[in-house]
Design a protein around this ligand. Sequence first.
Ligand code: FE2
Length: 379
Amino acid sequence: MNTDTSSLHLEKVVPEAEDFLPLLGTDYVELYVGNAKQAAHYYMSAWGFQPLAYRGLETGSKDSVSYVLAQDKIRLILTSPLKPGGPINRHIEQHGDGVKVIALWVDDATKSWKETTSRGAESCMEPTTLQDEHGKVVLSGICTYGETQHIFVERGAYNGTFMPGFKPWNPPLKSTSVGLKFVDHMVGNVGWNEMNKWVEFYAHVMGFAQLVSFDDKDISTDYTALMSKVMSNGNGRIKFPINEPAEGRKKSQIEEYIEFYNGAGVQHIAVATDNIVETVTALKERGVEFLYVPETYYDTVLDRVGKIDEDLAPLKELGILIDRDDEGYLLQLFTKPVLDRPTMFFEIIQRKGAKSFGKGNFKALFEAIEREQELRGTL
Ligand code: FE2
C-alpha cells in the first residue's frame, strides 16, 4: 500500500489578509429528512446531540418543521415538509434523506455573497436579514455540487438561542454527549469527470486551495476506484474533499452513492473527538453501526504507522483505524450508511498531529465497503 505522504502540502497558501472569503467555521449542517421528529430522537439518543431549538407550526412556520441539535461546536438541523408538493418534498423524493445545506459562519454574509456570486457562483439566497428581540442574523447562499447549498451565516449581532424564527426546544428526552467536538471535514461525491470542475469552483469562486492530492492508483481495489482532491479554505477550518468515481472492475462505491442519491451530494461528515476510544465505545453501546476491517489489519498496522500513544488492544477491539503522515498520526472509524439508502455516513476522527485524511486506510476500508455492497447486491 502506498503510504507516501510527500504530496501533503498546500499548493497555494492564501494569506488571511488577502482571503476574500474569510470563514470562521462550520455554522450548521442541515439535512432534509422524511420525519424530522424521529430523526432528532435518533441523533439525540444514539449520537449524544442536545436539543437546542425548534421551528414549526407553533412558531408560525406553516410549510416545514426544523429541529436544531448541538454537540459542542457541531449543530445539526433536521427539516421535514408539513405539506405536499414543495421543494423539500421533491428533494427527499429525489435523494432520500440527505444534507441540503453546509452553512458557513462568516463576519459579513452580504460581502460573502457578493464576492462569490461575482466570481460565478449561482445564488440560492440573496442577503436576507432576520430579526427578533435578541438581535439580527444575516443569511445569504450559493449553490454547490448537486442540489447542495452553502448558506453564509452572519450572527455577530445575535445573542438568542439559534436564530430568529426558532424558539428554544426542551423535549423530555435527556441525552448525554459522546464527546464529539466539531466538524473536521465534509466530503462531496460528484459524477464522472466532475471532480476538477468542483475543485475549480472552490478555488476560483471561494478562494480555497488544494490540500492533498493522490491519484486513483493509490486508492483502488479490485473493485472500487475513485479519485479525490481536498480543498481547504485559507485558515484551514473548512476542508472539503471531492470524490469522483474511477474505472474499476465492478461498480465503485461512489457510483453506488450517485445512483441512490440521484446525483452529487454529501458522502460523509467527519466529526472530531479528543478520545476516540470513549466516543466509539459510547456510540456502539447506543447502536451505531461501524464498518469493520479484518483483524489481520492490526497484525501489521504498527509497522506502517510506527509508535502511537494508545494501546493497540482497545483500538483493535473497536476496529479503529490508524494512519500517519509527516506531521503526526490520526485515528478514525467510519459508520455504515445512517440512512435507508446507501448514501451518507459519518466518520469519527481523532487527530494526533496528522493533517491528512487516512489514505493509508483506504484500501482496507474499501474492501470493507465492498463486503457491504455485495450484501446489497450493488457491486
Ligand atoms: Fe473523511
